[in-house]
Design a protein around this ligand. Sequence first.
Ligand SMILES: NC(=O)c1ccc[n+]([C@@H]2O[C@H](COP(=O)([O-])OP(=O)(O)OC[C@H]3O[C@@H](n4cnc5c(N)ncnc54)[C@H](O)[C@@H]3O)[C@@H](O)[C@H]2O)c1
Length: 280
Amino acid sequence: MTQVAVIGAGTMGNGIAQVFAMHGHSVRMIDVSAAALEKGRETIKGSLARLVKKGSVTQDAAEQALALVAIATTLDQARTADLVVEAASENPALKFQIFEQLDQLVGPEVILASNTSSISITEIAARTRRPALVIGMHFMNPVPVMQLVEIIRGQATSDDTTRRVMGLATSLGKTPVEVNDYPGFVSNRVLMPMINEAVFCVMEGVAAPEAIDTVMKLGMAHPMGPLMLADLIGLDTCLAILEVLHRGLGDDKYRPCPLLRRMVAAGQLGRKTGRGFYQY
Ligand SMILES: NC(=O)c1ccc[n+]([C@@H]2O[C@H](COP(=O)([O-])OP(=O)(O)OC[C@H]3O[C@@H](n4cnc5c(N)ncnc54)[C@H](O)[C@@H]3O)[C@@H](O)[C@H]2O)c1
């Protein structure tokens, strides 16, 4: 059994903590916000209860998993971890600071993974004295349900770190895919231009949002249309990732659609604000 520190108890952090605990790891979920920790724990409880109801885990296993998740509000509680998975807010300065601190805190052999969607693993690793042990572990939302973990190798990530983290992801019942550290990795590099193009189609009046989503669902067998997915992800997040692609790759094919910018400026961010391409 490994002791895992999960930094951040938000949408992704609590899902990651749940999956590790369900596979017998003892987890310390750390967040600066006590409210986020409480909410994170409730989310895990609710998710486990649903799994019990569906018959995919026993009541006993759910209780054991929950008992394996401890919470803490300060980073120094990660001190004894054998592995750290960071899932704090997507802010480069914040992540650099967290990794600098973690590097001072935990044993020199401990792997530091980040769940970032768009920040360079190479840059994060460069803030530590152990760049060979820093790697991206990009889980998908919702973590307990989604099969993929994109494993991102920074410039200095070692073969051994990659092999161990790929093995770990497999042991969690996930399918890891190894990719190199370029802006947007593979997932967002391919997804975001599709979403952006769908927004251009709305702006240019090619078709209504429902029509665009129906074409992609029924025509391409996507489980959800790109605009509904954008609403789910958050239009502000989509815009931020497109900016990363545009800046990092320097190609105008990644320029964010002006309509996307306008909706974000208006606070129409999708599901979380009740309005995006659809009303909620
Ligand atoms: N939401 C998604 O669909 C998704 C998918 C894949 C990856 N990600 C990535 O996962 C990470 C987390 O995203 P999220 O959606 O869970 O965000 P979130 O806003 O739901 O949660 C982030 C949490 O980090 C906490 N936090 C902030 N500063 C901290 C610090 N110094 N120490 C500890 N905790 C701190 C916040 O209090 C918050 O609870 C981001 O890097 C994001 O890019 C998100």
